[in-house]
Design a protein around this ligand. Structure first.
Ligand code: MTE
Length: 318
């Protein structure tokens, strides 16, 4: 996501978006050529196999909180990722996270609460009624996708821990294990990756912990086995492979804010009126389509979440 700040990333290691688009059009074109020559489009076939090979999960559709916009393909969602623990190029996580063991996995809930504890991810999945939520994901780099997540509303998990009234914020932490996450052997970020939400944001019904997508168990590159999804905020808030959820009194410092506070704030609400120093936020490109579209306030979720920020200066609190 960050491109110019770290001197440790060689410019040759970064996939510029136009190269990605060109590569994708080439792949599509090759598949077409093969098909018209009467040969099987191998790529489409292997993509389908990959999706079918992933274990399925039981879930209910949640129409109220789902967009009806066209969903991105499995290939887009699992092949174009930001996950620096597995490399800085968008195509790295798929390749480098292939052998990552995401089970067994426990999530610790602790801090200012009455019932701290360790929760096994598969127990959480078994005990929860998983919901499918088709959300827009808008990245600060001005691209976006539409993704059918399977998840557990975060407020249901938080209630298990019974937070104290002093708990005003929630801090999330990714696994720190350089043996399993090769990107953590470099100093690109201050590991482990951390994020935070205000308590009312964490309790909001739109906020979920995702454990799957397209009806299947979450692929490693998308943050297996469990990751946060906050659809009205820029994608970097949606922290992957979470091992700890801590209730705290003070606003936590998130990883990107710590690295470049002039570029990344705590709130990171999608806002077409406040530009990032390096990217205009007025428009976005949906991965897989050529034309740009207007970015909506709070990523289109203003009716649901706008009131939480009524008294906040969104230029100051970006
Ligand atoms: N979580 C961790 N632990 N490490 C990361 O590098 N990248 C973030 C976010 N969560 C990141 C992370 C960014 S910048 C984005 S845009 C989204 O994950 C991308 O999610 P996706 O790859 O599932 O689309």
């Amino acid at each position: 996501m960050i491109i110019k700040i770290s001197p440790k990333i060689k410019s040759s290691e970064i996939t510029v978006e136009k190269d990605y688009v060109r590569r994708r059009s080439f792949i599509k074109y090759s598949a077409l050529t093969l098909a018209s020559a009467g040969l099987k489009p191998l790529l489409a076939q292997s993509d389908k196999n990959e999706r079918n090979g992933q274990p399925a999960l039981k879930y209910q559709k949640n129409k109220r909180y789902s967009t009806t916009e066209k969903q991105n393909s499995w290939a887009d969602i699992t092949g174009y990722n930001n996950f620096y623990e597995f490399g800085t190029d968008k195509s790295d996580p798929k390749r480098n996270a292939r052998n990552f063991k995401a089970r067994p996995w426990k999530v610790r809930m602790d801090g200012l609460c009455q019932k701290p504890g360790d929760y096994d991810v598969d127990d959480l999945i078994r005990e929860s009624e998983l919901e499918e939520r088709i959300y827009r994901l808008r990245c600060v780099e001005a691209w976006s996708m539409v993704i059918p997540w399977l998840g557990i509303p975060l407020h249901k998990l938080i209630k298990k821990a019974v937070p104290d009234s002093k708990a005003r914020f929630v801090e999330f932490t990714t696994l720190h294990d350089p043996g399993r996450m090769p990107g953590q052997r470099s100093g690109i970020l201050d590991w482990p990756y951390r994020e935070g939400l205000r308590m009312d944001e964490a309790m909001h019904p739109l906020t979920i912990m995702a454990v799957g997508l397209y009806g299947k168990v979450l692929p490693n590159q998308n943050g297996a086995p469990i990751r946060l999804i906050v659809p009205w905020k820029y994608g970097f808030k949606s922290i992957k492979s979470v091992v700890r959820i801590r209730f705290v009194e003070k606003m936590p410092l998130n990883t990107w804010q710590q690295l470049a506070p002039q570029e990344y704030g705590f709130y990171a609400n999608v806002n077409p009126n406040v530009d990032h120093p390096r990217w205009s936020q007025k428009r976005e490109r949906r991965i897989g389509s050529f034309f740009k579209i207007e970015t909506e306030m709070f990523n289109g979720y203003a009716d649901e979440v706008g009131s939480m920020y009524a008294s906040l200066d969104l230029r100051k609190w970006y």
